[in-house]
Design a protein around this ligand. Structure first.
Ligand SMILES: Cc1cc2nc3c(=O)[nH]c(=O)nc-3n(C[C@H](O)[C@H](O)[C@H](O)COP(=O)(O)O)c2cc1C
Length: 215
């Protein structure tokens, strides 16, 4: 099988990213870009983000998760702490988040350190989820091998009965991580591959150093 994709080519020309127009703190720029993506009718879920971790086999692995909150401190997503990503983060908390919003021709790459958030915050978010998602968190031992779909459905039925007519508690293996950024790179597509790339890097005194990178 073979398909040549050499002629697939798009020229990016919607916006520019210039140092004179941007804030000192990258979280402010993140917020501005996030809102722009969220308001763009072509972006279905602006909070979709690619999360890369480094496994104990020393290979990177990335997968999509949903960003559920951002603050001055960092970026929060929820998952199963015993999943492959959870185990990787326990050994090596250095992670990378990548957003790409095609319709506005923007990418953001965040390197950071992942930490579990406080249990009461995970409780609060878990409580806000629909019952079906809460039961799913109980039924799925995320990233474990399972023999069939039927086995998974049986586990779900088991928890549906177990928690019938009662508040569904948060499993202790499920909760949030916050990724505290050490660098945030903003990429704006420009014509002829002469893209704008501005990278903020956190300094020891907690100021952000701003540098332009070649495209
Ligand atoms: C659109 C989309 C949203 C997802 N959101 C999450 C999420 O918020 N948390 C999560 O644990 N997995 C989420 N997943 C599933 C992950 O991509 C992945 O399959 C799962 O977390 C297991 O990854 P791991 O085995 O590398 O730990 C999402 C997948 C997609 C396609």
């Amino acid at each position: 099988m073979e398909k040549d994709l050499g002629s697939y080519r798009k020229n990016y020309k919607k916006h520019a990213l210039l140092k004179k127009n941007i804030p000192e703190n990258p979280m402010e720029l993140f917020q501005k870009w996030f809102y722009a993506a969220d308001e763009d009718h072509c972006v279905e879920e602006a909070n979709i983000v690619n999360l890369a971790t480094v496994g104990s086999d020393n290979f990177p692995k990335s997968r999509i998760v949903l960003l559920k909150r951002f603050t001055w401190e960092g970026f929060i997503f929820y998952t199963n702490y015993n999943s492959e990503k959870g185990k990787s983060i326990a050994k090596n908390p250095n992670v990378c988040l990548t957003f790409f919003w095609h319709s506005i021709e923007r990418q953001i790459i965040i390197k950071g350190i992942a930490e579990k958030i406080a249990e009461n915050l995970s409780d609060g978010y878990f409580e806000s989820r629909p019952d079906g998602s809460k039961l799913g968190a109980w039924a799925s031992h995320q990233s474990e091998v399972i023999d069939s779909r039927t086995s998974l459905d049986k586990k779900l039925t088991y928890y549906e009965n177990k928690f019938k007519e009662m508040e569904i508690p948060r499993p202790d293996y499920w909760g949030g991580y916050i990724v505290k950024p050490i660098s945030i790179e903003f990429w704006q597509g420009r014509p002829n591959r002469m893209h704008d790339r501005l990278r903020y890097t956190l300094q020891e005194n907690y100021d952000w150093k701003l540098e332009r990178l070649e495209p």
